[in-house]
Design a protein around this ligand. Sequence first.
Ligand code: GDP
Ligand code: CA
Length: 318
Amino acid sequence: MRIVVLTGGIGGAKFLVGVRARARAIGADVTAVVNVGDDVRMHGLQICPDLDSVMYTLGGAHDPERGWGRVGETWVVKEELAAYGAEPSWFGLGDKDTATHLVRTQMLTAGYPLSAVTAALCDRWKPGVTMLPSTDDRLETHVVVDLDGERKAIHFQEWWVRYRSALPTHRFVFVGADAAKPAPGVLEAIAAADVVLIAPSNPVVSIAPILAVAEVRDAIAGGPAPVIGVSPIIGGSPVRGMADKCLATVGVEVTAAGVGGLYGARSDGGLLDGWLVDSSDSSATVPGVPTQAVPLWMSSEAATAQMVADALALAGLA
Ligand code: GDP
Ligand code: CA
């Protein structure tokens, strides 16, 4: 069996730990198509937060408490940059993490595409799944906000990390998406998939930028594999992070039904053939989409692997 997972960073990475466990149990093969909308250049380094969250988590090197970055991290480079007054000072750049960004930036500068760089970094971390960026092209999420009495677009990282999403926010723009092509392997993986899972990642800023590449969205919506989504909202709460702010900005209710409706029924021009919601949301319905309620708290690898088994069952796969 071949499983494709659309994923963002921390939430998606946790989900992938369960996908990998279930896949090992049934002899399946996993490809993660990872959001690049958060990617940003800081201090001359190309930073790919979601790719790194997935790579470090599956490589067993992430910091489980902070959620992002490396366990046992030190911050000498960050302190030294601050001593120079180098901006942006609001972005956390750990020393171990910096080595990853140096290798990545050096390879990109030498002309390697991001997909090849990701594969090279994964040689070290052995995530146990094939990790593909959604695109090798520049695609960045920018946010239209009111700031200093002006309406302007700022990078997603600035909105999220610097301003903690607490600015009057009007919309999200996926800069470069119109011209972006799927990275090598993405369309092939979707075409060969037995199932496509949408991780319980942030639908607005993790999954939407992946789907903003038209060929990726079309391949999934028009492809043979059933598409099963897992709700990132439990009982009206985004569990962790700021998905509620993102959903409010795009006018979607912060509920399992709201997010399911955002993805929409495949039979109705949307994506979903099935929608997994938490047991506490058993009354949630999405028009045209079979919905099933199971525990969706990713409290352990085993609990998450069971969620994945439930998603595969909803797709009609054992
Ligand atoms: P990011 O890119 O690091 O922000 O991470 P993702 O977009 O991949 O995932 C963030 C989302 O994961 C949050 O908005 C939550 O809604 C969701 N999430 C986090 N923990 C859980 C959990 O235990 N269960 C479910 N169903 N969703 C979760
Ligand atoms: Ca992210």
